[in-house]
Design a binder for this molecule. Structure first.
Ligand SMILES: [Ca+2]
Length: 81
């Protein structure tokens, strides 16, 4: 995932304004989670972030899942309709 993709993901996860690539959330995220500093977030980095987020801020993780149409049983709304 590159910074633009993270900005798009952040926009998709929130109902706030559009997140731009130069948003401090994007910059700070890459500073904290792009372990090999290549400008891309590897799947392992992304999963590590979400794993820790499940512990630190579960309400945010549930909200993210909800935005992507996942129910509390991890089924998508598409699956059950
Ligand atoms: Ca990287």
């Amino acid at each position: 995932m590159d910074p633009q993709e993270l900005a798009n993901f952040t926009t998709a996860c929130t109902s706030a304004n559009v997140c731009k690539v130069d948003d401090s959330r994007v910059i700070d995220f890459f500073l904290s989670h792009d372990r090999n500093r290549d400008g891309f977030l590897e799947l392992e980095d992304f999963l590590r972030f979400y794993n820790q987020s499940c512990i630190d801020k579960p309400h945010s993780v549930w909200a993210n899942l909800k935005y992507f149409q996942y129910r509390n049983d991890f089924k998508t709304m598409e699956e059950v309709n």
